[in-house]
Design a protein around this ligand. Structure first.
Ligand code: PEP
Ligand code: MN
Length: 295
């Protein structure tokens, strides 16, 4: 018997496909996320220097990225590790945006920082560690900027959808979901890439879903493979870490692609992009119940 997803995700009714909404398309500069185009967001884990950011922005733009990523406020596992340049990092991102024409996605970590980060960013990233920080999510939603909502590392799909619903409840329809790997008993890699979550979310939710193969894998040599899997599962885009010299990166160097690696990844996903097709529309709870009644 087919289960009704609306019953399963009863706390997040508005993020699920319905007769009213089959697909959210998030407008961005001169393109959109969740529409026909596959969107690549690329850049360093942390904004380090003008040179590092500009060189990366120019390279990934030439390779087909539309959005530059880079953390100015960094959530680090250790409080003693580099925490980001803060406002100076945002200014570097603004400069890179102006020079490259790329849109900017960057993380906001506290409610108080929302107005400042929203001034500089085209998309506000809510990181994994904050996916259930509802006060932050409400403040970010009310800024009116599109929200990139990364799945928490111990969050279920229901938890992710509940946080997405909260953004909608605060009057902001522009939510982009992000699968970035979860913690499981498997420790060989940094995280376990939950590719089924991408397939499921694509089927049941109208929100765009992107994949972060960098944090999912934790190793740069696995990133192209996970990127291809994400495309095949129906992702609307990627967010991927790229650095001019990963060995010298101030954070997440082991999972960052160098420029040649980024180009190789972009080449390797091309045949998969050619196979992208619209996912069959979800029939909706009413239709399912009607079918069940028929037997
Ligand atoms: C990041 O994007 O650099 C990051 C810290 O991601 P996550 O929140 O998924 O760990
Ligand atoms: Mn990172």
């Amino acid at each position: 018997m087919r289960q009704s997803w609306h019953d399963q995700f009863v706390e997040s009714p508005d993020v699920l496909k319905s007769d009213h909404c089959q697909q959210t398309v998030v407008p961005m500069l001169d393109f959109a996320i969740g529409g026909d185009d596959f969107i690549t967001m690329a850049g360093p884990c942390s904004v380090e220097t003008e040179f590092q950011l500009m060189a990366t922005a120019n390279h990934v733009r030439r390779g087909g990225a539309r959005i530059l990523r880079g953390g100015a406020f960094k959530p680090r596992s250790s409080p003693y590790a580099f925490q980001g340049h803060g406002l100076d990092g945002l200014k570097m991102l603004a400069h890179a945006r102006q020079e490259s024409g790329l849109a900017i996605v960057t993380e906001v970590m506290s409610e108080e920082d929302v107005p400042l980060v929203a001034e500089y960013a085209d998309i506000l990233q809510i990181g994994s560690r904050n996916m259930e920080n509802y006060a932050l999510i409400e403040a970010a939603a009310r800024s009116g900027r599109p929200i990139l909502l990364k799945r928490g590392m111990v969050a279920t799909i229901a938890d992710l959808l509940r946080s997405a619903q909260l953004v909608l409840d605060n009057g902001n329809p522009n939510v982009i979901l992000c699968e970035r790997g979860i913690r499981t008993f498997e420790t060989a890699l940094r995280n376990t890439f939950d590719v089924a979550a991408i397939a499921l979310l694509k089927q049941i939710s109208h929100l765009p879903i992107i994949a972060d193969p960098s944090h999912a894998a934790g190793h740069s040599d696995l990133v192209p493979s996970l990127a291809r899997i994400a495309v095949a599962a129906g992702a609307d885009g990627l967010i991927v870490e790229v650095h001019p010299n990963p060995e010298k990166a101030w954070s997440d160097g082991e999972q960052s692609l160098d420029f040649a690696g980024f180009d190789a990844m972009m080449r390797s996903i091309k045949p998969y992009l050619a196979l992208r097709e619209p996912v069959l529309p979800y029939r909706g709870a009413t239709a399912v119940r009607a079918m069940e009644a028929v037997g």
